[in-house]
Design a protein around this ligand. Structure first.
Ligand SMILES: Nc1nc2c(c(=O)[nH]1)N[C@H]1C(S)=C(S)[C@@H](COP(=O)(O)O)O[C@H]1N2
Ligand SMILES: [Mo]
Length: 367
């Protein structure tokens, strides 16, 4: 891959002590919006309220001219157009997707990147055709290791010019629930979510869900591209190799109660009884418990859970808050999953702010 002058494309860094959000971070935040937390009320997030993360520009792909190439370490490379993909068996799955950088802007020191607070999440009904039968038709040769998925979008990141490409272990790519999707909530995939076709890998953080997909290539060596080897890793120091970011860690969010102040978005509620509602999810095992604290995390009690609507879809929860004492309070919520993982109260800091699932804190004024 070509490299570009680092005065155009700076290296990764963390903010200096007290350094505020820059125009660069604001520009990223304005392009890549979160899901407004009041949208936690919907089982399936309306398309325009689903979060968005786009590394470069949204490419324009004419659906009539779009082709998907399946090649690499296979016996018979394939090329498909959209009609052929849609003529294959179709599956619809409700899946919660979350950006691996969710929560990053709350870390101290703050990794400079897309400055998410808590809202980089959404749940959609995705329709498409399973990838595994297509890979079997292409005939994976012995020694297949990873599958590389390439989007039509092009840019430069920390000096490395690239088409957005992610590698996935072959065993994950062959899961029956991994889909090539063309439909979101019953509508054709919109441009910002990857039209005409994206990859769906239920349970994995967003970076694996490659949009504007044009090439699927089986590799006989581990994928070493930028988005796997450099970007999506959990590391402490700038030169650490780190651990790859894979499946979504458990997280719960609440719909903030009452009404907000315009500028600070601090909540105001009347003294009395309030039903708190929200959602919880994990890509590592079903959500087994959600706990709420009305005193900033000093004491916790269990929320009531609805049934899990599909293995990789968020689960709804509710908890009754007796807001007796006028004044300022802090509400918190945390989830636990079947793998025994529970959200940390203290920040799980890492240098790129990846897979950070510290508990949500919602300041509320009771009047
Ligand atoms: N081709 C391509 N695919 C991509 C991205 C991208 O920039 N280019 N961003 C990834 C990241 S980091 C996330 S979190 C999800 C976001 O998907 P959404 O915008 O549909 O919510 O898309 C992933 N797929
Ligand atoms: Mo992301």
């Amino acid at each position: 891959m070509a490299t570009v002058d680092t005065s155009v494309s700076p290296p990764a860094r963390v903010a200096d002590p007290g350094e505020g959000i820059s125009l660069d971070e604001l520009r990223l935040a304005a392009r890549n919006h979160g899901m407004p937390l009041e949208a936690l009320r919907y089982d399936v997030t309306p398309v325009g309220l689903h979060y968005l993360l786009i590394h470069y520009d949204i490419p324009y792909l004419d659906p009539g001219g779009w082709r998907l190439r399946i090649d690499g370490h296979v016996r018979q490379p394939l090329t498909l157009d959209l009609a052929e993909l849609q003529a294959r068996p179709q599956v619809t799955q409700r899946v919660t997707m979350e950006c691996a950088g969710n929560g990053r802007a709350r870390l101290d020191p703050r990794p400079i990147s897309q400055p998410w607070l808590d809202e980089a999440v959404g749940t959609a009904e995705w329709t498409g055709t399973p990838l595994a039968p297509l890979l079997r038709e292409a005939g994976i040769r012995d020694g297949g290791a990873d599958v590389a998925f390439t989007g039509a979008d092009h840019g430069v990141e920390r000096g490395v010019e690239q088409d957005y490409t992610r590698g996935l272990p072959l065993a994950e790519a062959l899961r029956e629930d991994v889909l090539l999707v063309h439909t979101m909530n019953g509508q054709p995939l919109p441009p910002q979510h990857g039209a005409p076709v994206r990859l769906l890998v239920p349970g994995w953080y967003g970076m694996a869900q490659v949009k504007w997909l044009v090439r699927v290539s089986v590799l006989d060596t581990p994928f070493q591209g930028f988005q796997n080897a450099t970007a999506y890793r959990i590391k402490q120091g700038p030169d650490d190799v780190g651990e790859p970011v894979t499946r979504i860690r458990p997280r719960a969010l609440m719909r903030p109660p009452g009404f907000p102040d315009f500028q600070t978005r601090e909540r105001v509620v009347d003294r009395g009884v309030h039903e708190l509602i929200g959602r919880a999810w994990s890509g590592r095992g079903a959500v087994t418990r959600v706990e709420v604290s009305a005193d900033g995390g000093a004491t916790w009690s269990a929320a009531e859970l609805d049934p899990q609507p599909g293995r990789y879809a968020w689960r709804s929860w509710r908890w009754t808050w007796h807001a007796q004492e006028p004044g300022r309070h802090e509400l918190c919520v945390r989830a636990r999953d079947a793998a025994g993982d529970v959200q940390p109260v203290e920040q799980p800091w890492n240098r790129q702010g990846m897979a950070n699932n510290q508990v949500q804190r919602v300041p509320v004024l009771v009047r």
